[in-house]
Design a protein around this ligand. Sequence first.
Ligand SMILES: Nc1nc(=O)c2c([nH]1)NC[C@@H]1CN(c3ccc(C(=O)N[C@@H](CCC(=O)O)C(=O)O)cc3)C=[N+]21
Ligand SMILES: [Mg+2]
Length: 297
Amino acid sequence: MAATVIDGKAFAAKVRERVKAHVTRLVEEHGVMPGLAVVLVGENPASEVYVRSKGKATREAGMKSVEHKLDAATSEADLLALIGELNRDETIHGILVQLPVPDHIDADKVLAAIDPAKDVDGFHISNVGLLGTGQKAMVPCTPLGCLMMLREELGSLSGMEAVVIGRSNIVGKPMAQLLLKDSCTVTIAHSRTRDLPGVVRRADIVVAAVGRPNMVTSEWIKPGATVIDVGINRIEKPEGGTRLVGDVDYEDVAKVAGAITPVPGGVGPMTIACLLANTVTACCRKLGLAEPEGLTA
Ligand SMILES: Nc1nc(=O)c2c([nH]1)NC[C@@H]1CN(c3ccc(C(=O)N[C@@H](CCC(=O)O)C(=O)O)cc3)C=[N+]21
Ligand SMILES: [Mg+2]
């Protein structure tokens, strides 16, 4: 039986509608328009595409969108000064500094300078610590989007075996925390894991976030498992040009999985929807309002 395709694009559209409804309420009942600032340092064509689509999605949701494009030679001090201004700006509820930043800038220092309450990426150590101790945090957008899709597809995740492939601070580790919070038995596997296929074969839920095109194949997958593909790899096509593929060999894995996310059209659109969701959440928290329904973990 062929796997169910988890339509991230369609689900993201639903989340964005929810975001829009909350934004309308915030504007009409509280006179506050949530604002998101995205900061991009240097020229990277892929990053510029993401920044543009984030800005467009933000405006479509009825929110304020501010983009700061800084020269690649911008000093760390100037970037920190801009973050300070955005921290103090009452019209800005969310701040995202697009990663990676150029080598002469210390990313950890930059992330630590963002007001944790405005840290819509959830990368500040204070949010990392809050999430890790089960407290109210800002949750990183990609793992949050993956969790929303898993809950939508599977209902309760309680007791399930989850294997996260990849141990990055932006996906693997926070993903594992969220799955643990939903009472999964969680394994974080990575490049040094012995018998990676054998470990992944135990999983009811597989989240692949390694950055290796088509690495996960059908022999790794327990029949019926739910597979979330976080990879976004641009590869050369034999006939010229490039195409986007995930970390999962989609055609192959779809033959045995119960459900699978495509690339593109899976995790990517959900990441952007969750960025908007986090901006609304940050705004609601600042105003002392209840957590916005359907937008948090
Ligand atoms: N501080 C920070 N936060 C981020 O969240 C962040 C970042 N830095 N740096 C770059 C990555 C990348 N990223 C993506 C978001 C959406 C898609 C997306 O919507 N992708 C579409 C396809 C887009 C295309 O065709 O290129 C899809 O998967 O369907 C992709 C990638 C967020 N990132
Ligand atoms: Mg790794």
